[in-house]
Design a protein around this ligand. Sequence first.
Ligand SMILES: [Zn+2]
Length: 443
Amino acid sequence: MASSKAVCVFAAVAFSVTLTTSTVQGQDEAQGSADPIPPEGLTQLDDILAYGVADSLLEQPYRVGEETITLILQDGENLSLLLERAGIANNDRYAIAAVLEEHMDLRRLRAGKEFVLTIRYDGLTRELRTLEVLPTVDTIVLVDRNPESGVYTARAVPNALTSRLSGGAGPITHSLFATAVDQGVPDAVVLRAIQAFSFNVDFQRDIQPEDDFAILYEQDFFADGTLARNGNILHARLTLSGRDLELFRYEDAEGLVDYYNRDGESMRRYLMRTPIDGARLSSRFGMRRHPILGYSRMHRGIDFAAPTGTPIYAAGDGVIDFLGTNSGYGRYIRIRHNSRLSTAYAHMSRYRSGLGRGDRVDQGDIIGYVGSSGMSTGPHLHYEVLVNGAQVNPLDVDLPTGRNLEGAELADFEVQVAEMERALQDALLHNEAAQQAAIPPAE
Ligand SMILES: [Zn+2]
């Protein structure tokens, strides 16, 4: 549709045209003509002149014809208010909402949602002909008004999306996140890649100059070529100090999806390396001068500095076997993962509400929040790994899940690995070609 700005240019000079032609199209010819000629018999001329310079076409009260417009739901607006903004009468607003409700939850509409409306103008009245909205990226709901009966009906049709594999690669300059985003990889995709690698990479320590990355992920596009959504990461590679870390997505015969290395071994670990997001490792395991007690003693865990309230995750699947205040540890949780292995989390500001002793938790579940309770100089997570009840250095604990592909599954996986690697090369070549096309030819 024409933008409201373009409309605004001629709106002030085009009233006579509006009345003498049946549609609003073709008004551009009126541009630059002399003062508006007041439409005959119109009593609200002053209003019309005032509206004529308004920014929105919708504010022109007198119009004839049909037009398709896109309205975007504003903050605090609901469907009824949006339709009111388009000038749709109250009864019709109810009727439209009633038929739409059959296909989508109107209470869950978010600001920014687009509605494409075809509106018929007949002098001062306006009536909705069609309305189009996408409750999800792959569904279009269409509302139609029967011109004879005036009855509205709605139907949902699938929105055909085109899928494409996209790629990004390059040397890591300051952080994987910043570099990948610079290379055009969407930030949500980069975050998921970091999560998938987080069992095997300490992003605080392991990134060095000369390191690089590559990533292959799915994207779905609308018919007009705009991005509808980001899909799965199929393959990613990090080269850290000359060592390749690779992950390949694979759905096994039971339908379980996991990331595997090239040899078909699960990249997932029994315990997460860092049971907290965005934290800085602030104190390692080993002898150190205690910041409060003042003398040297063994630090039997590792500390992650993070703001109060930062979520803390269960490092692995297990059962809560201690939850409560534990002297110098402050608010403390211990999870038993198996007969030998436990993890402990100290100095929390609070526990996840409802969580108690004996509860099962899954790896990655939030169990509590960073604080500074107990003997602590500032907000941080003190994290311990215990083997047979004794603390060990969490950074030394690297327990694979033991999930390895074998036999026919492994053979199938290897075929897919080759396909993913080819697809990554294709996607990167596509990027290069697009970049070349964007550079003007040399003189
Ligand atoms: Zn500590």
